[in-house]
Write a protein that binds this ligand. Structure first.
Ligand code: SF4
Ligand code: SF4
Length: 374
């Protein structure tokens, strides 16, 4: 171990086996580690405790409507692209109890839910997902109000980010300016190169989590190898999305015949919105017990593809697949800009991979661009 602690902004190298010591420091500091692991036929995010919980030696093959796990020929720790889960499910969980109502003494008692805020260390956050978290920060923290549960979880979260050196075939972060290199917002950022991890230190907490870890200052060869891997990744994106002329391209093509074509394929299953790391629509449900003695009010993820979502007094404002798909895509790539000053897509490709109808937003935009009003 070097005799001085590394500084914020420094690049250091560690042996791959030393990552366990970082995990141990995080656990000792009270963090619950959430990271990629082999799940039910996919690389999913779940609680992990050891580096051996990572999908070491595994990768995946992704295409529109397709995801398959595959063995690698090496023992890479992070040799895969994003899976179906994003960090949204930990910062903005799919189900959140808001309060309980108890029927007592002929009246009601309302008890707000006050769950302990989890302290998560997110292991393996990819650049696209770093941008997705930044977008959700704008939505939930910097948009004139603050979502208190999100804020508490976000403030306590530690981020160990991982640069992407092997993008998947549905990835298009390079087009969106959201990858494959991590820029900001992390505590530690890791690049996997043969035999070692290169680490960039992004915060004081990140620096503290290196206590007792064997490290050395990254050498010129190691830095160069990482740079080359990222340059290669940039040129090996599976897909591209031309974002020029957005959002006007969509606003000027609201009656384009392509919306009918995609509507004929779309199942309105809502998969795309559930896997998307930036989609944030929710509903509030009341659930009562069978004796009508207790009820809970629960926030749940919703989707603009659900028919009930756009049912307002007097009827449904988006009664067709065409209206719902158009709403989703124009929100992501047009009106999101008006609302939040950024596109709502980070190019992670999840909506393409997990669409059972193989609908690909990069193809849809390109078709509208080719045939529509520019
Ligand atoms: S675009 Fe695909 S994933 Fe999204 S609702 Fe339609 S069929 Fe489902
Ligand atoms: S719209 Fe699709 S590609 Fe874009 S961030 Fe959402 S899931 Fe990823």
């Amino acid at each position: 171990m070097a005799d001085i602690t590394p500084k914020i902004g420094a690049y250091i190298s560690i042996a791959k086996t030393s990552l366990q010591a970082v995990f141990d420091n995080l656990k000792a500091a009270g963090f619950t580690l959430i990271g990629p692991t082999l799940g039910d036929s996919a690389i999913e995010c779940a609680e992990i405790t050891q580096t051996t919980d990572l999908p070491i030696g595994w990768t995946q093959v992704q295409e529109a409507g397709t995801y398959r796990l595959q063995r690698r020929s090496d023992q890479a720790y992070f040799g895969y692209a994003v899976g179906p889960h994003s960090w949204k499910r930990y910062l903005y969980p799919p189900t959140l109890k808001l309060y309980t109502v108890d029927h007592q003494n002929g009246g009601f008692t309302v008890t707000p839910a006050t769950p302990a805020t989890p302290q998560y260390a997110f292991i393996g956050v990819r650049p696209c997902d770093m941008h997705a978290i930044a977008i959700q920060d704008r939505v939930f923290l910097h948009n004139g109000f603050q979502e208190t549960d999100y804020k508490a979880r976000r403030q306590r979260a530690f981020i160990l980010a991982v640069n992407c050196t092997e993008p998947g075939s549905t990835c298009f972060c390079a087009s969106m300016g959201t990858g494959p290199q991590i820029e900001t917002g992390f505590d530690l950022a890791l690049t996997e190169i043969p035999e070692i991890f290169l680490l960039e230190i992004g915060s004081e907490l990140g620096r503290e989590m290196l206590t007792g870890v064997d490290w050395w200052h990254a050498g010129a060869f190691e830095l160069q190898t990482a740079r080359q891997a990222l340059t290669a990744a940039r040129s090996h994106m599976g897909r591209q999305l031309d974002i020029s002329a957005l959002p006007n391209l969509l606003y000027q093509n609201l009656e384009h015949p392509r919306w009918d074509q995609v509507a004929n394929r779309c199942l309105s299953c809502a998969n795309c919105t559930q896997v998307c790391p930036t989609c944030f629509c929710s509903d509030v449900k009341d659930v009562s017990d069978l004796q009508n003695q207790q009820a809970e009010r629960v926030r749940v993820w919703d989707s603009c593809f659900n028919l009930d979502f756009s049912h307002v007094h007097g009827g449904n404002i988006r009664p067709t697949n065409r209206a719902r798909y158009r709403q989703w895509l124009t929100h992501k790539l047009a009106s999101w800009v008006d609302q939040f000053g950024t596109l709502g897509c980070v190019g992670c490709g999840r909506c393409i991979t997990w669409c059972p109808a193989s609908i690909d937003l990069t193809e849809e935009i390109s078709a509208i661009r080719e045939e529509g009003t520019r």
